[in-house]
Write a new protein. Structure first.
Length: 89
């Protein structure tokens, strides 16, 4: 049973998304970001949630961290790669 815990532990930060009437909260690693309903990204976030597409959230986290578009695109590609690997398993 102890080995199960080691197998299930993943050191990579996880994205968590919470939706409320006032907006959407994104949690990634130790950071938390709030997307107010008045922000343009809120509509994108709603469509992404409807489609179970979380890549826009990773890109938004990169943008809010002040990282350039090139880096945001790189993160999106890495996320797509990880998701593809998860589907192959």
């Amino acid at each position: 049973m102890q080995n199960d815990k080691k197998i299930n532990q993943d050191p990579r930060p996880r994205l968590t998304v919470f939706r409320s009437d006032s907006g959407i909260t994104i949690s990634f690693g130790e950071k938390t970001y709030f997307i107010d309903v008045s922000e343009p990204f809120h509509n994108i976030a709603l469509k992404a949630l409807e489609g179970d597409d979380y890549i826009p959230f990773y890109v938004e986290v990169a943008r809010r961290e002040g990282m350039g578009e090139e880096f945001a695109e790189s993160i999106a590609q890495q996320v797509e790669k990880v998701l593809a690997e998860d589907f192959e398993e």
